[in-house]
Design a protein around this ligand. Structure first.
Ligand SMILES: [Zn+2]
Ligand SMILES: [Zn+2]
Length: 311
């Protein structure tokens, strides 16, 4: 399995257009040692030819433009090696890219019914993905199910099987008034297994809490891409009083008791652990920071755009 991290920032990217925080101002002016990042996007392939997207970033056009393998073949009109998109939730930074794929390209989209309902029924724009019958073929993901990744009509089948793990949570902020209650299908994580190589990737960019079932599934992975959105719970309110905390935004912070660094220290050594989906306010983006050095010392990596992994 080939894994490409095309974007490693949380919603807003890094730097974020309207942000003058220490990180954003610092990276714009080169005052700090940090790398700009586009909004979270991963793509996987088992044959190096056909690609499957994990979520669909608002920066997808730029990300495709930066990688020839994701572009149409020579002299081929209206073609793409992108065969499917798997959605982990309905957040704007994970789904807006679908609209960038609206130009009559046959596509398979994997999502829970909950996520599909939010996207399709509440956003007229998404009718652009249904311009003709079968343009977009939605495939339902259910809890603890296994699904083989392929393109529309089961074409371009891969060696990759996605194991679905429900993480629960609330609908995204834009759909807040849709349903207030928590739903086990609001956010999922996936473990992708390559049937040929046996390699296993855990993709968990949005996690609100770490419980035993999650730890059990993470233990089965060779590499995990994990929610590194916020360093601490008060990161946003500190910057902008009145903002929601990390946990209120359904993201477990990295640091502190009950943070991901603490709880995932129980994972066996040998699992490659990579924080991704990093918010522009997170001090780990500054490569000279104590926080950056600290998590490296704990055996974690920090995803950067362009990082490639073979499993
Ligand atoms: Zn996000
Ligand atoms: Zn910022």
């Amino acid at each position: 399995m080939l894994i490409k991290i095309l974007g490693s920032a949380a919603g807003g990217g890094f730097p974020q257009w309207n942000c003058g925080c220490n990180n954003c101002e610092g990276v714009r002016s080169s005052r700090i040692l940090a790398r700009p990042r586009t909004q979270s996007q991963v793509t996987v392939s088992s044959d190096n030819i056909n690609w499957h997207l994990l979520n669909a970033s608002p920066d997808l056009r730029q990300q495709i433009q930066s990688d020839p393998q994701l572009q149409p073949g020579n002299h081929e009109l209206r073609n793409s090696p992108i065969r499917s998109v798997l959605l982990t939730n309905a957040d704007i930074d994970h789904t807006l890219g679908l609209l960038l794929l609206r130009e009559s390209q046959p596509l398979r989209v994997y999502a829970t019914d909950f996520v599909r309902g939010l996207i399709k029924e509440r956003n007229a724009y998404f009718r652009m993905l249904e311009q003709f019958s079968g343009q977009t073929e939605w495939q339902t993901l259910t809890s603890h199910s296994f699904v083989d990744l392929s393109g529309r009509d089961d074409k371009f089948s891969s060696d990759l099987t996605a194991q679905i793990h429900s993480l629960g949570g609330k609908p995204p902020f834009w759909a807040q008034n849709a349903r207030q209650e928590e739903d086990i299908f609001a956010t999922i994580g996936v473990v992708l297994a390559d049937k040929k190589t046996g390699g296993r990737l855990g993709f968990f960019p949005g996690v609100k809490e770490i419980d035993e079932p999650l730890l059990d599934i993470l233990k089965t992975c060779d590499v995990i891409l994990f929610d590194g959105t916020f360093w601490d719970d008060e990161e946003m309110p500190r910057l902008q009083p009145g903002s929601r905390t990390a946990r209120q935004m359904q993201h477990i912070p990295i640091s502190g008791p009950g943070g991901s660094l603490d709880l995932l220290s129980k994972l066996p050594v040998g699992i490659r652990k990579i924080y991704t989906h990093i918010n522009n306010t997170n001090p780990i983006l500054n490569e000279d920071s104590a926080e950056h050095r600290w998590i490296q010392g704990e055996g974690w990596e920090i995803a950067t755009d362009g990082l490639e992994i073979t499993l």
